[in-house]
Design a protein around this ligand. Structure first.
Ligand SMILES: Nc1ncnc2c1ncn2[C@@H]1O[C@H](COP(=O)(O)OP(=O)(O)O)[C@@H](O)[C@H]1O
Ligand SMILES: [Mg+2]
Length: 370
């Protein structure tokens, strides 16, 4: 693929996917608006495809405001569409109101989707089959980072420090809840964080101080997943690094810091109240900032991330230990999101950042498929 040649011939057709069937559907609609607003229109022809909470794919010409408030779903011009896995199509099939089908060649896809069925390798798998370049991590890294139990096991394997943790399935918890709770109390000690293995945006996450709260936290988390992750609570600062690129040239920014408005960084705190604050760089010594940055790059590379990801850490009060929390392979791109803020601070404003992410997607496709 000759990018320079393409630039001269025609703008590349980029498709932003938004919405999706996860608990982060609403956040994704706002993230997608950032791509729509800031992509370089001279270079890219941009199309948008919304995925409803029920999983219907609709080609839409909605504005970012209509995407954000949800009214996009009802627009009369929307057309059902599918992304064809057939490499000869290399794009979308639209079902027009007159009952015809229309093929649409797509050069690159930006999956602005968060959580299950978007950030977890499923959409990435479809795009691999289709042979269409896409922004972000491949199937394996997406899936591994989505599942907190798998990610934690890999962190351990690759020597990336993490707090004490355990994982149990619904089946195990139903069979011996008392025994497991007793073991968790002994192994982790209160407070214990309880999380669905596969979720995001703090949905289903809670902090338990005693057995009663632990049981409540398990019930809540089980409403979101079949597998749970338990972690000893880290008392410390919460930092996030933006990583871009692919091995061997992945680079991380220094961390920004989250000052949570609530007891921890909850969904409402992230997106609704506007109480949490972001400090860039994090309030850490120069050496600590560099240590976190280096660990972010190491974790990103260890889990096979490509394109972009946000690596989240705790820096423990007192000991100064840096512990990884998680890697988000499709981090938020809302106006208050950390990833674009960190990148901008280091000189990559949104239009250039999006351009770079697309260039990485195209380079990856060339490396994989020629
Ligand atoms: N082990 C932990 N110690 C302290 N705080 C935690 C721990 N795990 C999670 N948290 C808090 O809960 C928030 C959400 O948990 P996280 O694992 O990041 O899930 P999500 O994928 O939903 O963002 C974190 O941003 C942090 O504030
Ligand atoms: Mg998180």
């Amino acid at each position: 693929m000759n990018l320079e040649g393409n630039e001269l011939q025609r703008p590349l057709c980029a498709v932003v996917l938004f919405g999706g069937m996860s608990s982060e559907h609403e956040v994704s609609r706002v993230s997608a608006g950032t791509f729509v607003t800031h992509i370089d229109r001279e270079k890219y022809e941009l199309l948008t495809v919304g995925i409803t909470k029920e999983g219907r794919w609709l080609y839409t010409e909605a504005t970012p405001a209509q995407m954000a408030d949800g009214s996009w779903e009802e627009l009369p011009g929307n057309m059902p569409c599918v992304l064809s896995p057939d490499r000869a199509d290399h794009g979308m099939i639209l079902f027009t109101p007159s009952g015809q089908v229309e093929k649409l060649h797509v050069d690159v896809v930006i999956p602005a989707l968060h959580g299950l069925w978007g950030e977890d390798g499923t959409v990435q798998g479809l795009l691999e089959l289709a042979g269409i370049p896409y922004v972000g991590c491949g199937v394996l890294a997406s899936a591994a980072c989505m599942d907190k139990a798998v990610a934690n096991a890999l962190f351990a394997q690759y020597g990336i420090p993490h707090c004490a943790w355990a994982s149990y399935t619904r089946h195990q918890l139903k069979a011996d809840s008392e025994g497991i709770c007793a073991r968790l109390e002994q192994q982790l000690g209160y407070p214990i964080f309880v999380k669905p293995a596969n979720a995001g945006s703090s949905v289903g996450v809670s902090r338990a101080e005693n057995r009663d709260e632990l049981n409540g936290a398990i019930d809540l988390a089980l409403a979101h997943d079949q597998k749970l992750v338990f972690e000893s609570a880290v008392d410390g600062q919460e930092g996030e690094c933006a990583v871009i690129g692919s091995e061997p040239s992945a680079v991380s920014t220094r961390p920004g810091e989250i000052l949570a408005g609530a007891e921890f960084y909850t969904y409402d705190d992230k997106y609704k109240n506007g109480v949490s604050q972001v400090v860039i760089p994090a309030r850490l010594s120069e050496e600590k900032l560099d240590e976190v940055k280096e660990l972010a790059r190491k974790a990103y590379t260890a889990l096979g991330c490509e394109g972009l990801a946000r690596c989240d850490f705790f820096v423990e009060r007192g000991t100064g230990r840096v512990l990884i929390n998680e890697i988000n392979t499709l981090p938020g791109f809302t106006p208050i999101s950390m990833y674009p803020k960190l990148m901008e601070k280091e000189g990559l404003a949104l239009p250039a950042l999006i351009d770079r992410l697309i260039a990485l997607a195209l380079e990856r496709a060339v490396a994989l498929h020629g």
